[in-house]
Design a protein around this ligand. Structure first.
Ligand code: SF4
Length: 56
């Protein structure tokens, strides 16, 4: 399956239904990044809020 890889959005999260699967890119045109922290300081404080669990 080679969905429309957005070469501007590299991603390794194959558990997401928006991941291209055969290449490590997101298939969405745009994603939203957010944070679950009050005062984020490292990248682990950030989240892809466009993540959707891939159904197997
Ligand atoms: S929506 Fe976010 S987590 Fe999912 S493939 Fe795209 S960038 Fe990765």
């Amino acid at each position: 399956m080679n969905r429309n890889a957005n070469k501007c959005i590299k991603c390794d999260v194959v558990q997401c239904k928006n991941h291209c699967q055969d290449v490590d890119y997101c298939a969405l045109d745009v994603i939203k990044i957010g944070t679950h922290e009050d005062d984020p300081k490292i990248c682990q404080c950030t989240d892809c809020e466009s993540f959707e669990k891939r159904e197997l």
